[in-house]
Design a protein around this ligand. Sequence first.
Ligand code: C5P
Length: 218
Amino acid sequence: MGVIVAVDGPAGSGKSSVSRAAAVELGYAFLDTGAAYRALAWSVLEHGGDPEDAGDVERALDGFAFTSADDPAERWVRVGDVDVTEAIRTPRVTAAVSGIARVPAVRARLNDGFRARLAAAEPGVVAEGRDITTVVAPHADVRVLLTASPEVRASRRARELPEEDHGAVARSIAERDAKDSRVVDFLEAAEGVTTLDSTDLDFAGTVGALVALVRQAA
Ligand code: C5P
């Protein structure tokens, strides 16, 4: 088995872009687990289902075929043969995703798929989400909780979504964290998990700190 690097953190912590860049630098595969939850939320909406209805969610889970790029230099996400790379980032999907993520059958199914990908990755993989350090890969070689202050997370996310109002972005992040943290705890580092606080670090500094943690451990 290759080296497994598990990164968790709240919305807007930059974990996705930081983990991807670290994977490029390390020559590892990359797994964005949030993309799988988003892709399932997209499927529920695409079938005209209600993301708050566990029956509708379980119907969409039946036959749900999620694939995404292993190579961190690529960016595609597919459901079956439909490319949903852009579609899973819309505010409509973002608002629906916490509802589907709390269905236990969803978490069990997606986690099986994540673990298979982690086991197959050579020479290593950086996987990011909310429960990678605690549930998906508690025995990962490197386990990191990436945090940043709520103000910094909101302004980073607002820069990615220039069409959205800053206050609305901050509220949407806070609401999603509140809903998600009822299902999995990613606001406090679990035992043995290193906290990397990026509040006062720029992007390159945060990537460098993550890569250094991996090189220390490997
Ligand atoms: O990381 P991202 O913002 O793309 O995650 C989207 C959503 O997927 C989260 O708000 C959460 O509801 C869900 N999620 C999860 N467990 C993970 C990754 C994401 O519940 N490991």
